[in-house]
Write a protein that binds this ligand. Structure first.
Ligand code: M6R
Length: 365
């Protein structure tokens, strides 16, 4: 049932504040504002390496979490798309653990990667939406994302719920490994708890602006997304979402890679969507944005009030989000990224929930 929404995708985008609250209830204790100790979880203090494998959007959630596990928990993460991971025969640390992220829990390549790691004797964790799935059943520790059924082929709420679960796991890992103080843990968890309210505010405010922008984007053949830090996987997620439902060609790049190739593509025809909250990477990303502007590129700037005030560059659109802590910016910035793809596809008239050539769950190689 789509409720008042035109598509399941739209419904699932607007459901995010609610399902994230559910997910948070599982992972954090609202009273002490700390992450919960999950029985049967991975002992992050006992491992020296974490391998992560997944496909598509789930892979991009994993890539965001690499930044968290490494920075907060000082835990080295090896991450790869499952179709490569399964055949690489990579040497795995005997003291390591492996994490598999999958909405459906049935993705063939992810399952094959899991079986490879299991055979190598690693402890296996699964971040899944479908708890009865094969990937969940074959894992030692199951981390549910509690997003509820996701019908739209384009993953939206599963992505932000994966991020929520992974953020909590990374904070928990940091506590176990002694790399995060109690005060820092409490501060981070408070930010997670604020997330649903901030998401509702964003969802209630940005839609008209995104629709106007989508009208422009629907006329384009190519779109480039740029980001740095955790905004880099988000740039790739934006490009993936746009191409899968609107069929417009899009690429997501690390902002710093711009001058190593894609800058040659910049002209008035190809919008460049820059994802840049006013964080410790902001200045660097803005200098990349200047390079785009200097070559006549049209910029869509997704930032916060501080970021908007700090740049004088002319843009096609500047989407201003609330100023948020670094730990929740990937979830908050997912919203404009999802809505841009959604509204562009609606204007193009494509089958948003059931895009051509795609299946919700890819159970063959
Ligand atoms: O069920 P899974 O999370 O394992 O699926 C992985 C990908 O097939 C999936 O995320 C795909 O990339 C989405 N259609 C993206 O929106």
């Amino acid at each position: 049932d789509k409720g008042n929404h035109r598509h399941f995708m739209e419904k699932e985008i607007y459901e995010q504040p609610e399902v994230i609250s559910h997910a948070l209830g599982h992972y954090v204790d609202f009273g002490s504002t700390k992450v919960r100790d999950l029985p049967g979880s991975i002992d992050f203090a006992a491992i020296d390496r974490l391998a992560i494998s997944a496909c598509g959007t789930a892979y991009l959630a994993g890539l965001v979490s690499k930044y968290w596990f490494e920075r907060l928990a000082r835990l080295p993460v090896e991450i790869d798309v499952a179709s490569e991971f399964r055949y690489r025969e990579m040497p795995l640390s005997k003291n390591g653990a492996a994490l598999f992220i999958s909405q459906s829990g049935e993705t063939a390549d992810t399952l094959a990667s899991l079986r490879y790691c299991k055979q190598e004797g690693l402890k296996i964790g699964a971040v899944v939406n479908v708890k009865e799935s094969t990937i969940a059943r074959e894992s030692d520790a199951v981390f549910p994302i509690l997003a509820g059924p996701e019908i739209g082929v384009a993953s939206t709420k599963a992505f932000t719920c994966q991020l929520t679960a992974l953020a909590a796991l990374a904070i928990g890992a940091a506590r176990q490994r002694g790399t995060m103080s109690e005060a820092d843990e409490i501060a981070a968890v408070k930010h997670l708890i604020e997330m649903p309210r901030i998401m509702s505010a964003v969802l209630n405010s940005i839609q008209p602006q995104v629709e106007t922008l989508a009208r422009e984007l629907s006329k384009c053949k190519d779109v480039l997304y740029l980001g740095r830090g955790t905004s880099y996987p988000l740039a790739m997620e934006g490009a993936l979402k746009l191409k899968e439902i609107s069929y417009i060609h899009a690429e997501g790049y690390a902002a710093g890679e711009l001058k190593h190739g894609p800058i040659a593509l910049i002209d008035e025809e190809m919008p460049v969507i820059v994802i840049a909250p006013h964080d410790r990477f902001f200045e660097k990303t803005v200098s990349n944005m200047q390079e785009v502007a200097a070559r006549g590129g049209r910029i869509v700037f997704i930032t916060d009030a501080k970021g908007a005030a700090a740049s004088t560059l002319e843009t096609m659109a500047t989407i201003v989000l609330p100023e948020v802590d670094e730990i929740i910016s990937p979830m908050i910035y997912s919203l404009p990224v999802q809505l841009i793809a959604y509204h562009t596809a609606v204007i193009m008239g494509t089958d948003v929930d059931q895009p051509r050539n795609l299946a919700k769950s890819v159970t063959v190689e």
